[in-house]
Design a protein around this ligand. Structure first.
Ligand code: MD6
Ligand code: FE
Length: 276
């Protein structure tokens, strides 16, 4: 069966030109009936347990307004997030491939929750211009993860504390292993939100990524860090306008147990929460 919304055109798209490619993408491999899932050797299991245990969690204050919570999301929560994104991603308003033809972002699928953010116009709205779909609501449990992350960040670093947010927009990106995102600022939110330095809260799940950030749109001047599955990155206050981007996804670095339990495809899932 064809996914709903495939090839739907926006009213302004000339006939014969299909704009965005399809609505709905399954970020997980469909479960094949009769497939036997092989259990990983004990050695792998123990290594994964060590990696995902609280002992590997730590908090880093990167600069004023920017905090990285390493290994913050428990594996069970990462799994819940993947499963929710999977469900929402195959339905109305689900994952699509942004960009047109040549410039199409081949290696990126995107879905908005709460409000729509249009990558062509950099505007927020209630519906997607290309198919009229209304983005799904942000699931309540996602609100809890964001609230807890900001609370814990502020407890770790009282001198680098950030205001809490009521997120009304979450952009979910799924990068295949060749995915990238150029240096940019997140500056399409309201004047009030930007002026108050309300933080962007970003969750990384799946394969690790090289992440750049800095004060200039210049890769050579940027700092680099690796974002791994379960990491939460927060940037607000004086870092709200920091330039940032993703230069590489590292294949086969996702936690084995996460892949086993969710069937997530190779790649990286990123959720960025903000308040318009
Ligand atoms: C990341 N994502 O994937 C960084 N910005 O780690 C972003 O910077 C981002 O995913 C704006 C909208 C969606 C994003
Ligand atoms: Fe961004």
């Amino acid at each position: 069966m064809e996914p709903r919304g495939r090839g739907r055109r926006s009213p302004s798209t000339p006939p014969g030109v299909v704009g965005y490619d399809q609505s709905g993408f399954d970020i997980c491999h469909p479960k094949q009936p009769g497939t036997i899932v092989l259990k990983p050797p004990l050695l792998v299991k123990n290594r994964e347990k060590r990696r995902s245990s609280c002992s590997s969690a730590k908090a880093l204050s990167l600069r004023a307004g920017m905090v990285l919570l390493k290994g913050y999301l428990a594996l069970s929560d990462q799994e819940k997030i993947v499963e929710r994104c999977r469900e929402l991603g195959v339905g109305d308003g689900g994952f699509y491939q942004p960009g047109y033809g040549e410039g199409s972002k081949m290696h990126l699928k995107m879905m908005c929750l709460g409000k729509n953010w249009d990558p062509d116009t950099s505007q927020y709205g209630d519906q997607r211009p290309f198919d009229g779909a209304k983005p799904p609501e942000i699931p309540p449990e996602f609100h809890n993860y964001v609230r807890n992350a900001l609370r814990d960040s502020n407890a770790f670093f009282p001198d680098n504390s950030l205001p809490s947010i009521s997120p009304d927009i979450c952009i979910v990106n799924f990068y295949s292993q060749s995915g990238r995102l150029g240096l940019h600022q997140d500056k399409d939110e309201s004047e009030d939100s930007l002026g108050r330095g309300l933080p962007v809260v970003s969750f990384s799940i799946g394969d690790s990524a090289d992440f750049l950030y800095g004060d200039h749109r210049d890769v050579d001047k940027a700092h680099k860090l690796q974002l791994q599955s379960g990491d939460v990155l927060i940037f607000g206050g004086p870092s709200r306008h920091v330039f940032h981007g993703v230069t590489a996804i590292h294949p086969s670095t996702a936690p084995t147990l996460l892949l086993q339990h969710t069937n997530l495809r190779p790649g990286r899932l990123n959720l960025t929460f903000r308040q318009y």
